[in-house]
Design a protein around this ligand. Structure first.
Ligand SMILES: *Cc1c(COP(=O)(O)O)cnc(C)c1O
Length: 438
């Protein structure tokens, strides 16, 4: 892709004058060596004509090359293959819309970033075999495993804490997929993460090129810019306008989705306010309200919207670099507890006939609170729907009093053969299985 001297990405912790790295380097490294996250050194402006796109793929072909520094046409194959499902905008009322990001294979928005990243990595690896090592506590692992499965020259090793993921999550993680091996680690999620970190640092392990695929990777972040643009474009078309005031409500945990939206705004998308919709893990809303300093991260609390259970959001560092002192002007935040989440699922169904997953419901609640606080009932709001409600049957049934919805893709997964190996939580054990897999 881009030539090595094109060093467009710098660490959030880099000093002025840092030479930076190419997109490929940032993609294969994941985290910068100084512990920071990669960000574009300068954010490109939207290419003229982006509004002429007919679908997400077409928009991606126009916008993504400038973001990653690829030539026009170079990413067409990647995008064709990765973005093979719809991302529809559903209109609920004149000023309330929902952008459904959950029509990918694992029924959560993480499919979008993970599928593009996987194909970018498979392209960037040249002739080297690539091992993707992922420590996961749930949703991310299955999106990543699914995204990489069957790509030539790439194998995936999943580490998850034995007995500490839900039955549905375990089925998704251990479904037999080509090139993917899942290990149930005798320990907790922190053990899995520690093992992965040790393996990366261990010269004895790294016979083949190893990379991580977690949510801080630029290869996952940048494709997420695309659906913010695509959602706004569909909304503009539905209301026969070209840009204008817009609220974007983002169910947030690690703040990757919100950071991607902010990047879209930095590229020129008109957004009046982003609404950062958090569950009881309220570090960021409190920071925005001036109640917390940038360093006052908190331990994680378990909630019904568990994919957003993050006490110390890593993308906060990126938001700081991108917006600095303007953060609180561009982003408004709120924290929604489980009782309000359940109530909002019920209200969405009763008032709009729309069934929302618990994460998406937190986004809807944020819109109502923002309107009540500001008196702005006019500006159209786009809520990002991050997961299919059928992924959370118990919560949805509890909120609505009705049988949980079904989804044929999730049902089919339940019948797939699984394969899983147990692993002791030590580097020696991991090293020997990695070598055996080669
Ligand atoms: C990961 C996830 C989120 C949170 O996204 P971030 O980018 O981490 O803020 C929200 N909803 C669902 C369903 C998720 O899987």
């Amino acid at each position: 892709m881009s030539s090595p001297e094109e060093a467009r990405f710098v660490s959030t912790r880099a000093a002025d004058g840092d030479p930076g790295v190419s997109f490929e380097r940032a993609l294969l490294r994941g985290l910068a060596p100084d512990g920071g996250l990669y960000v574009p050194r300068t954010v490109p402006t939207l290419p003229s004509g982006w509004r002429d796109s007919d679908d997400l793929k077409g928009l991606a072909r126009r916008v993504l090359p400038a973001l990653v520094g690829a030539d026009e046409g170079e990413l067409d194959g990647v995008l064709e293959d990765a973005l093979d499902f719809p991302v529809p905008l559903v209109q609920l009322t004149r000023e309330r819309y929902v952008l459904e990001l959950f029509h990918g294979p694992t029924r959560a928005f993480k499919d979008i970033g993970a599928r593009v990243m996987a194909r970018l990595m498979a392209k960037a690896r040249d002739d080297h075999e690539l091992t993707v090592l992922v420590a996961t506590s749930g949703d991310t692992g299955s999106a990543v495993a699914d995204a990489f499965a069957g790509l030539e020259g790439v194998r995936v090793v999943l580490l998850f804490p034995k007995g500490r993921v839900s039955a549905m999550q375990e089925r998704q993680l251990t479904a037999r997929r080509p090139g993917v091996t899942a290990f149930a680690v005798d320990g907790d999620f922190d053990d899995c993460q520690r093992l992965a970190k040790e393996a990366f640092a261990d010269p004895g392990t790294a016979a083949s090129q190893m990379t991580s695929a977690n949510s801080i990777n630029v290869g996952r972040l940048l494709p997420q810019v695309l659906y913010h643009l695509w959602g706004a474009l569909q909304l503009d078309r539905a209301s026969r306008r070209e840009g204008g005031p817009l609220l974007v409500a983002v169910p947030s945990g690690n703040l990757g989705n919100l950071t991607a939206g902010v990047l879209a705004a930095c590229m020129g998308l008109e957004v009046t306010r982003f609404l950062a919709a958090h569950n009881a893990n309220d570090f960021f809303p409190r920071f925005l309200a001036g109640e917390r300093s940038a360093y006052a991260f908190e331990p994680t609390r378990a909630t019904l919207s568990n994919a957003m259970d993050v006490g110390a959001p890593s993308n906060f560092e990126r938001l700081h670099v991108l917006l600095g002192g303007r953060l609180a002007q561009r982003v408004w935040g709120t924290s929604v507890d489980d009782a309000y989440t359940l109530e909002r699922i019920r209200l969405c169904l009763d008032e709009d006939g729309y069934l929302a997953c618990p994460h998406t419901a937190v986004g809807f609640e944020a819109v109502e609170r923002y309107r009540a606080q500001t008196g702005d009932h006019e500006t159209p709001a786009m809520v990002l729907a991050t997961a299919h409600p059928a992924k959370f049957p118990d919560t949805v049934a509890r909120a609505t009093g009705k049988a949980s919805p079904r989804d044929p893709v999730l049902d089919a997964l339940a019948g797939r053969p699984t394969r899983v190996f147990e692993l002791a939580p030590t580097l020696t054990a991991l090293r020997s299985v990695l070598i055996a897999l080669e």
